[in-house]
Design a protein around this ligand. Structure first.
Ligand code: ZN
Length: 570
């Protein structure tokens, strides 16, 4: 008890005799499906009552503990729980920051959020501000942060919540697919040169202003001007680039604000993208990239033969013939440039951390003072920086500037090798951990087992209700119509509970899958790395960012896979 009190004072200096409680309730889509019309507020009320009852019980249990005092109920309606930009949630976070509450009570952790990495961020960072900690009680999960440190079982739980959401994500993806096949535009933003039809958001119409720029780009390119030169020309003429154009238009932001240099700067790559985009011929090309999993930060590129193409869905800006000529021109030029350009192991992966553009390689040589021998060495620096220092005159004052971000190939290799080896050691630990859990499968995720038992119990209760409804029908207490509507509602509840159980059971096996996770396997197979090659880099690394302060950030392709699993367990 002594220890608890000491911790309590650390948490909270403002109110020393009680916890100020925020009750968080959320109505999910599942709630909505279940109780179709009038019962929306019912679920919110139920959750609130449930939390209040729990608080009362807890307060009645012991006199020594500081009391839990309800400050406010925070409520979100009809959100998926996938992100944290919910109004009620945001308000609660504000009240935490401003010291109005220091304890959160939720019915289940899943009410708080299902996106486990975000969830962890909040548990670990946001809640521990300025040396104070916010107590979190998740009643259904039997979790109270005051008594229990988040342990491996909790992290497995979070993984399971993710599985739930992934299922929903898959359903949404399937819906998108069928719309794309029908030639309906489903993107969030229209491609540059077009806008969404105000009458029908799945239809594109020409944006006359941007279409002028698109036509100019094609005309110049077909005349033989290179994408790089076209970009420089657009920049010189002060035309805002597509990213800035989208931003200015998306928010209807058309005040007299001065447009920054960055916003008018065009890059050759951006011009090339427009030159390759078939949309301008009136053909809708979708499904070029997919977000395979919700936890993926970046979408995965889809192979070209699997793109979904629908011709003639909207007005063309460029004729098909002209577009085709541009494509064949681009192919030949590409072939020429690769001849001299030998691929380095970091090609396409190494980026400037500050301006986010590519780092470009360069060979240089130096002479040993003693021996007089010259040696060649490879280094990289920021493409923006190099462009500007080489073409200052052409680009003009408007061009963006960056700093060198110099890093030698040798140093970079060493950093990557060291980091990868560190991860391989962590993965070895993770495997040991998972094996330990496998030996005691029942204890693996006690919360989930309990949840399955609970759901089974509820199914049983529903069946009993159905039985008594049948008796009431025979008695003549209720009409056939009343009985039928009861029966349909109850059956729907039973079905959805059965579905949830199925998902939970699947999730448990998912935990065991840690052992057979492809990345775990590949990393362990690879073993300690002594030499770095292109294959290893491409297999494991998504991006490397180099910052001017020599800080280097490596984004691995498996980043999402291990979230919340090994960061703390080693
Ligand atoms: Zn840069």
């Amino acid at each position: 008890m002594e220890k608890k009190k000491a911790r309590f004072h650390l948490h909270n200096s403002k109110y020393d005799d009680k916890w100020n409680v925020g009750i968080y309730v959320r109505l999910s889509d599942e709630d909505r499906d279940k109780k179709k019309k009038t019962d929306l507020s019912q679920s919110i009320q139920n959750q609130t009552d449930y939390c209040r009852a729990f608080i009362e019980i807890l307060n009645g249990q012991t006199e020594e503990e500081p009391e839990l005092a309800e400050y406010k109920v925070y409520c979100d309606d009809d959100r998926t729980g996938m992100n944290f930009d919910r109004g009620g949630f945001q308000e609660m976070m504000r009240d935490i920051k401003e010291n109005r509450i220091d304890c959160i009570v939720v019915k289940n952790l899943s009410r708080l959020g299902r996106y486990d990495t975000e969830m962890q961020k909040y548990l670990e960072k946001e809640f521990e501000q300025n040396g104070r900690e916010v107590r979190l009680i998740a009643i259904g999960d039997n979790y109270d942060s005051l008594y229990k440190e988040p342990d491996i079982a909790d992290r497995f739980r979070l993984l399971i919540n993710r599985e739930y959401s992934e299922q929903q994500h898959r359903n949404i993806s399937i819906g998108m697919h069928s719309m794309q096949r029908k030639g309906l535009f489903v993107g969030a933003f229209a491609p540059y040169g077009y806008q969404k039809d105000p009458e029908n958001k799945h239809h594109l119409i020409v944006d006359p202003t941007a279409a002028l720029v698109v036509r100019r780009i094609y005309e110049e390119y077909l005349k033989g001007i290179s994408p790089k030169e076209i970009a420089a020309g657009l920049t010189r003429d002060g035309i805002v680039n597509p990213a800035a154009y989208k931003r200015l238009h998306g928010s209807n932001f058309r005040c007299g604000k001065k447009i920054s240099d960055e916003e008018v700067h065009w890059r050759g790559d951006g011009v090339k993208k427009i030159l390759m985009d078939e949309t301008y011929t009136g053909t809708l090309v979708q499904h070029k990239q997919v977000q395979k999993k919700l936890t993926d930060d970046k979408p995965t590129q889809v192979a070209k033969d699997q793109w979904i193409r629908c011709e003639g869905t909207h007005e063309a800006i460029i004729s098909r013939e002209r577009w085709k000529i541009a494509q064949s021109m681009m192919k030949t030029i590409k072939r020429d440039s690769t001849k001299e350009d030998e691929v380095t192991i970091f090609k396409g992966i190494l980026k400037c951390g500050d301006c986010r553009h590519a780092m470009r390689k360069k060979w240089d040589s130096y002479t040993h003072l003693k021996t007089g021998e010259t040696a060649k060495y490879l280094y990289y620096n920021c493409a923006t920086f190099r462009d500007y220092s080489q073409h200052k005159k052409n680009l003009g004052e408007n061009a963006p500037k960056c700093t060198s971000h110099y890093v030698s190939d040798k140093l970079l290799r060493k950093i990557v090798i060291d980091d990868l080896n560190k991860i391989i050691r962590q993965v070895e630990n993770l495997r040991e951990l998972a094996e330990k859990h496998q030996r005691t499968p029942k204890a693996e995720c006690p919360g989930v087992q309990r949840e399955i038992e609970n759901k089974n119990r509820r199914i049983h209760q529903y069946r009993e209700r159905l039985k008594s409804a049948r008796h009431l029908l025979y008695d003549g207490t209720i009409s056939k119509e009343e009985y039928d509507s009861d029966k349909t509602a109850i059956q729907a509840d039973i079905d959805s509970l059965n579905n949830e159980i199925k998902l939970l059971k699947k999730s448990i096996s998912k935990v065991r899958d840690v052992l057979s996770n492809l990345w775990v396997e590949r990393l362990l197979e690879n073993g300690v790395i002594t030499e770095l090659d292109r294959i290893t880099v491409v297999e494991f690394i998504d991006k490397i960012y180099v910052y001017e302060d020599k800080h280097i950030e490596i984004i691995y392709k498996f980043s999402g896979e291990f979230d919340g699993l090994f960061i703390k367990s080693v």
